[in-house]
Ligand binder design. Structure first.
Ligand code: UTP
Length: 297
């Protein structure tokens, strides 16, 4: 019987420089796809996978994130007075019970591995998930729930894996595959941001992980890796060197890299087209743009 997974870390202490100047005062994770902040998608996905404790690693200037998950008594009272029950219902999904959510600070942006290490005391000796809210994944079954199924089967460390074109591999952590079993692959290594042409496969790791406490121990060593940062990938690979298994899960679903402007815009369009009240108007606008471009060719 595996240790049940109940805790998730949300590292949100990065500088978000690709979205400056907006991220000078607005945390990237609060930016919205249509009307829901990126972090709401991450929380919903974690809940759907059975997570009960939500641990945020934050930094200076991320106060809006804490406010987002707090109750808003004045606003709720106004909505109640006006009989806006639908909006009250929407607000409910943002509320966290007292004690369900914890915040810890990363004082310096030393890398994703370091951000995860900052939550070590809140994790203790249990398995834990890591969710990067920048990576938004939509599909019939939420990505983390698919990974929990794999974890229940395999144990060890489990990372979300996605096929990427060879010329894009150097932007990711890439898996060195030991055995390919289809949905699940076992690994014999992992390379963070491999040099062009040196990726061990085309299976890249994206922002969902289920990890053992051994990875936190490896992070204690605070080794810097690619880009001079303390890399989570390196600590996972070090846990593998110590004899733990690391599996990749080819998840089903579409992933949007909302840490980049192009990915964020694509996600905005995709999520807007899913909404009945927006679909026709937006589709009309996009078709109009396409027709004008075609006419000008
Ligand atoms: P990114 O590589 O996207 O970095 O981090 P970033 O700072 O958020 O954004 P850019 O590149 O400057 O635009 C991936 C995830 O890791 C977290 C980020 O908050 C994001 O969720 N992170 C990264 C930390 O929490 N701390 C760090 O030191 C680095």
């Amino acid at each position: 019987m595996r240790n049940k997974l109940t805790k998730a870390i949300f590292p949100v202490a990065g500088l978000g420089t690709r979205f400056l100047p907006a991220t000078k005062s607005v945390p990237k994770e609060i930016m919205t796809l249509v009307d829901r902040p990126l972090v709401q998608y991450a929380i919903d996905e974690a809940r759907a996978a059975g997570i009960k404790e939500f641990i945020f690693v934050t930094s200076r200037g991320k106060g809006a994130l804490e406010d987002y998950f707090d109750h808003a008594p004045q606003l709720e009272q106004e909505l109640r007075k006006k009989g806006k029950d639908d909006l009250l219902e929407i607000l409910k999904s943002t509320n966290m019970d007292s004690g369900e959510i914890a915040y810890t600070r990363q004082n310096k942006a030393l890398g994703l591995g370091h951000a995860v290490w900052c939550a070590r005391r809140l994790i203790g000796n249990e398995p834990f998930a890591v969710i990067l809210p920048d990576d938004v994944i939509c599909g019939d079954k939420p990505c983390l729930a698919q990974m929990v199924e794999a974890y229940n089967e395999t144990g060890g460390n489990v990372v979300a894996a996605m096929e990427v074109p060879a010329d894009k591999a150097s932007a990711y952590g890439v898996l060195d595959i030991k055995e390919d079993r289809g949905k699940i692959v076992s690994t014999k290594g992992m390379v963070e941001k491999p040099a062009f042409g040196e990726a061990p496969s085309n299976l890249a790791v994206i922002g969902r992980y289920i990890l053992t406490p051994t990875v936190l121990k490896m992070l204690n060593q605070k080794k810097t890796g690619a880009g001079g940062e303390i890399q989570l990938t390196d600590a996972i690979d070090a846990a593998r060197d110590k004899g733990e298994e690391v599996y990749g899960v080819r998840f089903e679903g579409q992933r949007f890299d909302c840490g980049s402007k192009a990915g964020f815009l694509q996600a905005t369009v995709a999520f807007a087209l899913e909404r009945e009240e927006l679909r026709d108007e937006l589709w009309g606008y996009i078709s109009g743009l396409v027709n004008t471009a075609k006419a000008a060719e």
